[in-house]
Design a protein around this ligand. Structure first.
Ligand code: HEC
Ligand code: HEC
Length: 375
């Protein structure tokens, strides 16, 4: 944070207040809480259920009726880590790295680039896994267990993002860099350490807590799949003509897919970019990912070694997030969050200027489908 705002701020005070606050509000990953007291709407309060969280959290147990707990520990921790950092014991040699849920950014989803995934997106992900990556399918688990795990992923993500936003808030907005911070601005609950009660008169610091929770949880409850027009089923010459138009679009100026994915999606272009999880502790704060010494403190704090992200070889490739026409349409429309792959505006108005018309997007989908099927 000091590097991000280019001045030496005392982050100690902020950390000292935020860490216990997060524990009071959200408990620990082993023993979760869901701070309904601080939530504004029923939708937010019921985003996850504490009963389901308890099934997913904690150590692995099973009883005589074969009811399990500790699902996350059993199935996910080895890759995603206890706090959801993505830096579990088996993460180091995986390509790509397992997701760090705490940033609140997800790739394979039906919503627009900046939005959270829907609950259904996460359920689908557990059924299918992410083909072409180490992330396995959990289709053998009973649906009720997958539901509990989805709650838990959302919980870890919200917990991590609130923690981070509160730290940023402390330093940017609440003058934590004047020591000692003013009492009214501190991110502290007045009540006892194990209560998440909302005081009747909130301090400015407490209003900030409510605002951050509302912001993060609200983004989960508002997520909606982006609309996709019906797929025009084409055959024979019409389909061939559509694929031909799609090919031009793929290599053309507006979509410029070939600029990253190479001619015909064959790849081969040098990859020079990083994903957002890596940029977070490197390029965004002025550190070169190649600078081993500068990266060292972050590695010590748990970050995985920076690694470039490749635009995929699409020809004959495995689609990680699904390869049906509707999913490919959304991939074009929404890009891939957390990665350099941009979104392309799809509307009649922008067609030929800054974006594609829906029909052009379907042409591109038809070309992609052809390309994926033929290495
Ligand atoms: C063998 C390692 C491994 C295990 C076990 C594993 N994952 Fe993953 N997971 C990954 C990898 C690798 C990725 C990143 C894939 C990518 O970036 O495309 C990932 C990505 C994810 C994502 C992000 C998807 C997105 O849209 O960005 C979620 C959510 C997820 N895993 C949940 C889980 C859950 C829940 C479990 C346990 C039930 C689990 N994973 C078990 C390796 C694993
Ligand atoms: C700035 C570079 C860039 C551009 C431009 C770009 N992509 Fe990508 N694309 C990527 C990267 C990087 C990935 C790999 C993301 C990952 O797996 O994390 C990717 C992955 C994909 C995938 C694989 C999705 C999956 O489910 O596995 C498809 C399909 C794709 N791109 C299509 C396109 C199309 C179509 C265009 C043009 C509209 C395009 N890309 C433009 C960088 C780019």
């Amino acid at each position: 944070m000091s590097l991000e705002i280019s001045r030496d701020v005392p982050t100690e005070a902020a950390l000292q207040d935020v860490s216990p606050l997060i524990e009071t509000l959200f408990g620990t990953p082993q023993s979760p809480r869901w701070p309904v007291e601080w939530m504004a709407t029923d939708e937010q309060r019921s985003l996850v259920s504490l009963d389901r969280l308890k099934i997913a959290a904690g150590g692995v147990t099973s009883d005589q009726e074969n009811a399990h707990t500790g699902l996350y520990q059993e199935h996910c921790v080895i890759c995603h880590g206890i706090s959801g950092s993505g830096a579990g014991p088996a993460s180091r040699y995986q390509v790509p790295y397992p997701r760090d849920f705490r940033a609140g950014v997800f790739k394979w989803k039906s919503t627009s680039r900046s939005e959270k995934p829907t609950r259904d997106d996460l359920m689908q992900l557990l059924v299918k896994g992410i083909p072409g990556t180490p992330m396995p399918s959990f289709s053998i688990l009973p649906p009720s267990e997958r539901e509990a795990i989805v709650d838990y992923v959302i919980y870890l993500s919200v917990r991590g993002e609130v923690e981070r936003e509160l730290l940023a808030f402390a330093i940017d907005m609440l003058d934590y860099d004047t020591t000692p911070p003013e009492e009214d601005l501190r991110l502290r609950l007045v009540s006892t350490a194990d209560s998440a009660e909302v005081p009747s008169e909130m301090t400015e610091g407490q209003e900030a807590i409510a605002e951050v929770i509302d912001d993060v949880v609200g983004r989960w409850t508002s997520a909606e799949p982006t609309p996709v027009p019906p797929y025009p089923e084409l055959e024979g010459d019409e389909l061939a003509a559509s694929i031909e138009r799609g090919k031009e679009i793929f290599h053309g100026q507006i979509a410029n897919c070939a600029g990253c994915h190479g001619q015909g999606g064959a790849g081969g272009l040098p990859s020079l970019d990083y994903d957002d999880w890596t940029k977070d502790f490197t390029t965004r704060i002025g550190i070169s990912p190649d600078d081993k010494d500068a990266v060292k403190p972050f590695r010590k704090a748990g970050a995985l070694p920076p690694r470039q992200i490749d635009p995929r070889v699409l020809a004959g490739g495995i689609m990680h997030g699904g390869g049906d026409p509707e999913t490919l349409y959304r991939r074009i429309q929404n890009g891939i969050a957390g990665t350099p792959m941009p979104s392309v505006e799809i509307s009649e108005d922008s067609a030929g200027k800054t974006g594609l018309s829906p029909d052009q997007a379907w042409d591109l989908v038809n070309y992609l489908s052809e390309m994926i099927a033929n290495p």
